[in-house]
Design a binder for this molecule. Structure first.
Ligand code: GLA
Length: 386
């Protein structure tokens, strides 16, 4: 991979790259739409992700190239004038990271040439954009000798997404990518960013991702809409409870006070946030007690809540989960990421994986009309220099 990137860099920019970097994608096992509600999440980094070859240049220009969007050619931006420009498309993600780092006072005194290549399916809910963000921050840190630790790189990525891209996401994706650890998932409390690594011991089972190939489209605006619905429900609850976020509530406390929200839709959104947070805490305890069956049941309960109360699944993801649960050897299955398309994650007994892919794939294409893609994945590490 390194050679391939170095060679492509040479042919695109006509010079040598200084270094080659990697940052993973992520999959969230449980704890969905809890990260902007002060709740817990349980994602892991993947071994697939994004690569970049980069070199500083003498001027103040940034030159970006992606092997995934070759037709867009080299995208050029002035380091002193970084704005979100529609025609810059994917390059707005790295531009956003540069802008946030420059505004924060990081010394980036000249431009750079940088070439990206990713093997995460785009718009799949496996965080290809957060992977590019964290990778860019890491590349800048390594090229310019900047003093930013990995948690800081995660925060920078999130800020770029919030302020430069305009998606009000939480910290989960960037944190999971920056802090990834081989064969472990990360139990993160988004209220204070305290975290714990949990060994991802699945016995004789595998993690299988099914990509619906339904692109998110309107997803980003719906995402912001869900977030405001939760904020509105929280504001109502705060009139009677001393809480900072929905993540502060147990199910019982929520049930005793939910009537104050006075809006059926917002009540369901808040219910999901509260119950999902508690489910996540319980799921991690189950995994640590080696009770994978219970972990799987909680994953499936998470999907049902995302379908019925949070309403972010849709026919494609529901079909994948339904078909998965009908298979022998499936321990749990749910959508992962923001929803509205993207992927599901299932825990499947190793000896049933082949049959799972065949059967679920067949049900999907028959009902939806186009195919799903499947990946058997492992938990990988955070950013590195190759
Ligand atoms: C997206 C966001 C995350 C998180 C998930 C839903 O991936 O980027 O911050 O909110 O959706 O859990």
């Amino acid at each position: 991979m390194k050679e391939k990137l170095l060679e492509k860099f040479r042919s695109i920019f006509g010079r040598e790259a200084e270094k080659v970097f990697f940052a993973p994608g992520r999959v969230n096992l449980i704890g969905e739409h809890t990260d902007y509600n002060g709740g817990h999440v349980f994602p892991c980094a993947l071994t697939i992700g994004t690569y970049a070859a980069a070199a500083k240049n003498r001027g103040g220009m940034l030159r970006f190239f992606s092997m995934n969007f070759e037709q867009k050619g080299i995208i050029t931006a002035d380091i002193t004038d970084l704005r979100n420009e529609k025609e810059h498309d994917w390059a707005n993600y790295p531009k956003g990271v540069l802008k946030v780092m420059l505004d924060a006072g990081y010394a980036i005194p000249c431009g750079m040439d940088i070439l990206y290549y990713g093997n995460i399916p785009n718009s799949s809910g496996l965080s290809s954009s957060a992977s590019v963000e964290v990778l860019t921050g890491y590349a800048l840190r390594e090229l310019f000798g900047l003093d930013a630790d990995f948690v800081e790189l995660a925060k920078i990525g999130q800020k770029a997404e919030n302020e430069f891209i305009g998606v009000n996401c939480g910290i989960m994706d960037q944190f999971a990518i920056a802090m990834g650890k081989k064969e472990h998932a990360i139990f993160l409390d988004t209220a204070d960013l305290s975290y714990q690594y949990a060994p991802l011991v699945l016995g004789d089972a595998k993690l299988v991702i099914a990509c619906s190939n339904k692109k998110r489209g309107l997803g980003d605006s719906k995402y912001n809409e869900r977030r405001s619905e939760c904020e509105a429900a929280l504001a109502k609850l705060q009139t009677v409870l001393d809480i900072r976020s929905l993540g502060d509530l147990t199910e019982e406390e929520f049930e005793a006070n939910r009537a104050v929200i006075k809006d059926a839709v917002k009540e369901r959104r808040a219910k999901h946030a509260v119950y999902e947070n508690q489910r996540t805490i319980r799921a991690v305890a189950a995994l640590q007690a080696n009770n994978i069956g219970e972990f799987g049941r909680l994953m499936t309960a998470s999907h049902n809540s995302l379908r019925d109360d949070y309403e972010v699944t849709g026919i494609e993801l529901d079909t994948l989960v339904e078909a998965a649960l009908a298979q022998e050897g499936v321990i749990g299955s749910r959508m992962t990421g923001a929803g509205f398309g993207g992927c599901t994650v299932s825990i499947v007994r190793a000896d049933r994986v082949e049959e799972f892919i065949r059967s679920v794939g067949e049900v999907y294409i028959n009902r939806i009309g186009y195919k799903a893609d499947f990946y058997v994945v492992d938990a990988g590490s955070g950013p590195c220099t190759l």
